[in-house]
Design a protein around this ligand. Sequence first.
Ligand code: GLC
Ligand code: CA
Length: 553
Amino acid sequence: MNSDPSRDTSGGEWWRDAVVYNIYPRSWRDTNGDGHGDLSGVVERLDHLAWLGVDAIWLNPIMPSPNRDWGYDIADYTAVHPDLGTLADLDLLVEAAGQRRIRLVLDLVPSHTSDEHPWFRAARSDRGSPFREYYVWRTPGTDGAPPNNWLGYFGQPAWTLDERTGEYYLHTFLPQQPKLNWWSSRVAEEFERILRFWFDRGISGMRIDALQTLVHDRTLRPNPAAGDRDTPLERRLGQRFLRSGAQPETHGFIRGWRRIADSYTPPRLLFGETWVPSVDDLAPYYGDGSDELGLAWNLPFLGCDFTARSLRAVVERTVAALPPSAWPAWAMSTHDGEGRAATRWCHGDPAAARCALLLLLTLRGTPILYYGDEIGMTDAVDTPGSGRRDTAETAAPRDRSRTPMQWAPGPGAGFTSSPRPWLPVPGADAPTVVEQRAAPGSVLSFCRDLITIRRRHHELVSGAMRFVPAPEGVLAWERGDGDFLAVVNLGPAPAVVTRDTADGEVLIGTDRHRDHQTLTDQVSLAPYEGLLIRLTRRPAADSDRSRESGRAS
Ligand code: GLC
Ligand code: CA
């Protein structure tokens, strides 16, 4: 886990130093009272992000879409959804964010389009259409059966018969999300054009959706049965998505995009959604560490239990699996079925939420905050029946982690003036930004102060990292050359970490009464308590070694 000091990130791979903040734009801030968040709302609340100290915003899809999958079914790749605003609003956002030194990353969906995209409309109008090759078509078998056994991520067969032209088309998600055919060079050319369109407009990078589904097996070989090492979804569906995606040709496309991204100054970020069962499957998406993705989504980390043992195992495995020059990304909450860490990991306990933030913001890699993580926002209790917005059949309802940002107490939660927000705002006892800004011990104050400390000490960003021994239930890791120590007690009982060789000063504690405490050899921790400590005395053996190496050089 060594840092690579030769790597200067200042003008180059800016995302290595960044705190990224993910906004679900429809739920952030509604400025025109229609109950849907919009781009002007992102502009309006930029000062919250500047105050918090984030460096980049990743917006979930903002392009025109019939919203069968809430923007992940795109009908026009170079425009803005009218509910959210216009291209001019986006330009304003890029500029206003830039003034605050905040970069903007968009969400690109290259695996599939909406069935209302003009390409698909043309393709399905006639077998002879020049756009037919943009999608994947097969004639039914003699018994009318679909071409193979492939299932989609929402559990249904991946093939739908197009009555008009009498052929099946492939879709990895909803039938309204026809799969693009990456075996067609015309599709690849379209996306190079789309990438340049946004990068030329000042967009700093792309989160790339469902990258593992990009290229399917051209000969349509069947998917095998799922095994123990597959994702929970594959195990639930009984099928490993071995041939319906994940073909090696994917990497050639990523390398091509990377060349485009690197041709800009500063280089543009490619942040892939790599939805894979293990970090060993993740590593190849980084290529040699500099020629494919800049960041890759770490699903195993997200799926991990909130215990010292599980977290340590996944983090160590990640560091071991990635190419040495690659840079990990850490996220704990999503707009998808995994939901929010404050619920999944912390069961709504603010002390645990502060521990989760301490972890996320001091691991070596880029932290990805999901909107609301900074206040310990929890998943909504499910909204069944008429209130439901997400039509996809997922194991866990996805609406619950997409509810409006909780700005202030009262009706509309500072999100909207509409009596009918697109998803319900939370009840009266939910945490809000306004209340937590005024409370020094809050999750928000902790998050903000920790980001400030992170910015002040570069070792906490790019320094080496190593786990150090700790009692059962406690996770302890050093950053820099033994300069900083982070400890969190995720167990049910108080714990004492013994450090017989180093004193320290608490830079920040999840219980703020401990800030600035001087520590000697014993660090005691209540359950769900964490500390970030600046070490002031080195282990004797280490300082002997450094004296020796000092003499030798
Ligand atoms: C990704 C998105 C998810 C979407 C799917 C299909 O997994 O995160 O929300 O439904 O891709 O585009
Ligand atoms: Ca609106």
